[in-house]
Design a protein around this ligand. Structure first.
Ligand SMILES: Nc1nc2c(c(=O)[nH]1)N[C@H]1C(S)=C(S)[C@@H](COP(=O)(O)O)O[C@H]1N2
Ligand SMILES: [Mo]
Length: 225
């Protein structure tokens, strides 16, 4: 995929027609179409892990840098939840079922400095995405390890991915390895490549700068399950 051209390409493509029952319409953001399949989108190869060596590193505006093992993360309270997800390439998937630990539960183990207002999520392979800390403190923000009652597949982010249901899905980084707390905001990978810094699907915050049009649905020629 040509990364630098992705935003430009999406802006030029025609919108799809809405395909959802009237009683569900309020859950589908403008310009989105629902799918029952689960598209797979990412840059680079699916990483492989030796879980004895896997770590999640916590750094930046914290009292003390910390490194968690998978076991330590999994020892936090487990929650199951059902939510909708929305990808900027125009697919939405309703009632997806996840299991993981709450970001706010992880926060209880971290001494975050009061100056920290933003977070950069670091993920394989060289992926990063930025969010306001406040947005990660909603109850439904998970570090997810399971989807639909099964461990995440490698392609969908096993062993651990972020889940941020209220923003476009590129903010839900797969294969997360680090959480950096920051005083100032800084754009992540797609945020530097033409996409919106905040990315609220209900406000159609797809692109950076002025909204220049509608994106293509490009998932259908990719992988999915
Ligand atoms: N590490 C990593 N996470 C990522 C990406 C990526 O390239 N690398 N792509 C993002 C994008 S653009 C989307 S739409 C979703 C897709 O998640 P899925 O493949 O499980 O549908 O993952 C997001 N998380
Ligand atoms: Mo995406």
């Amino acid at each position: 995929m040509n990364t630098s051209k992705k935003a430009e390409r999406l802006k030029k493509a025609p919108a799809l027609k809405a395909n959802v029952a009237p009683e569900l319409a309020h859950r589908v953001p403008p310009g989105q179409t629902t799918t029952d399949r689960f598209p797979i989108l990412h840059e680079g190869d699916v990483p492989e892990y030796d879980m004895t060596a896997w770590t999640l590193r916590i750094f930046g505006e914290v009292e003390e840098e910390k490194v968690f093992t998978y076991e330590q993360i999994m020892a936090l309270p487990q929650v199951k939840q059902v939510n909708d997800i929305h990808c900027v390439t125009r697919w939405s998937k309703l009632d997806t079922e996840w299991e993981g630990i709450r970001f706010i539960d992880l926060l209880t183990l971290i001494g975050v400095k009061p100056e920290a207002k933003y977070v950069m999520i670091h993920a394989d392979q060289d992926y990063e995405t930025n969010l306001p800390l406040e947005d990660l403190m909603h109850e439904n923000i998970l570090l997810a390890h399971s989807f639909d009652g099964e461990p995440l597949t490698g392609k969908h982010g096993w062993p651990l991915r972020l889940l941020v249901p209220h923003l476009y899905f590129w903010k839900s980084a797969k294969w997360i390895r680090g959480i950096e707390f920051m005083k100032e905001d800084r754009p992540g990978f797609w945020e530097r490549n033409g996409f919106h810094n905040y990315a609220d699907p209900f406000r159609e915050q797809r692109f950076s700068g002025e909204d220049l049009g509608l994106p293509e649905d490009e998932w259908y020629h990719k992988d999915f399950d």
